[in-house]
Design a protein around this ligand. Sequence first.
Ligand code: NAD
Length: 362
Amino acid sequence: MKNENKVYNVALLPGDGIGPAIINATTKVIDKVSNEYGFKVISKTALIGGAAIDKVGVPLPDETVKICKASDAVLMGAVGGTKWDNLAGEMRPEKGILGIRHELGLFANLRPATVYKSLKNASPLKDYILDGGVDIMVIRELTGGIYFGKRGSQHTDGECFSAYDTEEYSVPEIERIARVAFNVARGRKKKVCSVDKANVLDSSMLWRNTVIKVSKEFQDVDLSHMYVDNAAMQLIRNPGQFDTILTNNIFGDILSDEASQITGSIGMLPSASLGSTKLGLYEPIHGSAPDIAHLKIANPIATILSAAMMLRYSLNEVEAAVKIENAVIKFLDVGYRTADIAVNNQKYLTTDETSERIIELL
Ligand code: NAD
């Protein structure tokens, strides 16, 4: 069980708002599991977002890129805040995230959406729909498709009267994201549902045919296909039918947000961005929550679960990842709550108390 002598370098990018507090709470959990499983995590903290703008004038300093590239994984908090809202495009804190994803060549975005039994009340869906359990992994292509395709507009008398964007994918782009999805599904229930619009779009027909070809390399994984309009309905009607959803950039953008809403708790949801090497970027799906930044009540669980994803996908410490995920389930089952998931005047824990309780339950 112990992985003696294993040392991993992790870049920490706390960012802004609640970012530093949730990263701090998470590093304590990482320290505890690394002790237990006999590996060592050496972390280096670097600047990103508004914090970087304030210190060195840009949202993604070269030094940060250097540190991240020299690491085995990157764990990020969140960026942004009203202080930087009026800065021009390239200088905005969010450019730091887009920039680091680009620098690290991350093309696959993984967003789990899990409805925890003890948090069923937080979901907007009815109990009978959730009864069979919901544990979905949405895998979204991150660097291609319509957000990066040819675009343009035509103007008459200074007024725009038409505009277009182009959805374009190449076979290698689809193959590599499909392989990520099949590999991830192997560590789950071995079911991939590829979502497209192949009844209308040529790019989706190519998507479907390419995914079918790649699936031949993964005979142990079941592949199904669904049109995106149906997938949007099925996520609400019967989310339990899904395990791993594989889809393009724009459909993934929309469906991963929809899936996250089924869980009803933004402070609980982690994410990972992966590329063609083991080096990945892990971050909660929520933002920097400036409204609660100084209250010490931010829920660190999304970041703690992001660290679990990091252990699983970048550091190959799967047992340690499962340990953290189970501790979070116990935390909720015992009845502990953070401010964002407490209901009816339930008592809630601070950020640090939350990580302390989770550490006790590891
Ligand atoms: P947000 O996710 O920061 O907050 C939305 C709501 O959820 C707020 O009420 C907040 O208090 C609450 N919330 C979020 N995370 C929480 C947590 N861990 N614990 C408890 N409550 C939590 O979204 P927003 O308010 O739209 O954006 C705030 C800033 O964050 C903006 O500057 C935005 O650009 C930025 N942002 C950054 C990222 C990122 O870093 N990846 C993502 C989204 C938004």
